[in-house]
Design a protein around this ligand. Sequence first.
Ligand code: HEM
Length: 228
Amino acid sequence: MKYPEGSIVRHATITRINHWITALCFVLLMLSGLAMFHPLLFWLSNLFGGGQWMRAVHPWIGVVLLFSYAGLIVQFWRDNLWTADDTAWSLSIGRVALNEEEGVPEVGRFNAGQKFVFWGMALLIPVLFLTGLVIWEVYFGALTPIPVQRIAVLLHSLCAITAILIWVVHVYAALWIRGSMHAMTQGWVTPGWAWRHHRKWFRGLAAAGSRGPVPEAGRHATPARKEP
Ligand code: HEM
């Protein structure tokens, strides 16, 4: 994929495809899950060709989500490791919300909020998968007693609600930070965007003469400008 001259690569094509497969699976699981959660929302099953189709397809989409998210974990875990700067950034969240830059630590490739989303989903998706297996009647129904399945349903619902809340925050932040959606659809950002939102990451790329997404990947690429 060709990126504009002078731009910084934020997410490689394969990463973006992986992300949007994850997003599609999540939305489909949310819609079908909500339809099964409450009779008032059962009308959503029409999107899947009726209740039976929806019930059959929901767990399989869950399997795809598990593998798809595993792909994101492999690509993103290093850049999501928690640092002292993230604690300081979280403590200055009031300033961040007011778009103030004074007193807010410089941010690496991902900020503390993004790291929270990343690790939150990394915990919830496997729990959703395992509890989902227990209640996947057609294949595993006979393997566990009813009381265990009841606990699994409860845990599955609680994790799903938490994951949906985290997803809402994620989408809100993606729309709130101008240029963020562009990063995940086109793959590149301007040096100004990187400087403003992820200055530590930008400095790292500039020092390595890389245009991203990580310093190692850009060894043979056009060097990023040192200053915006
Ligand atoms: C369907 C709606 C979604 C939208 C509009 C959306 C949007 C975005 C955008 C714009 C970014 C790039 C942020 C940046 O480069 O700074 C991003 C990153 C990311 N998204 Fe999503 N996303 C969606 C769904 C999901 C879901 C369902 C998951 C996980 C289950 C997810 C996991 C991630 C992860 C792990 C990153 C990388 C940032 C990090 O590691 O924290 N996204 N998303």
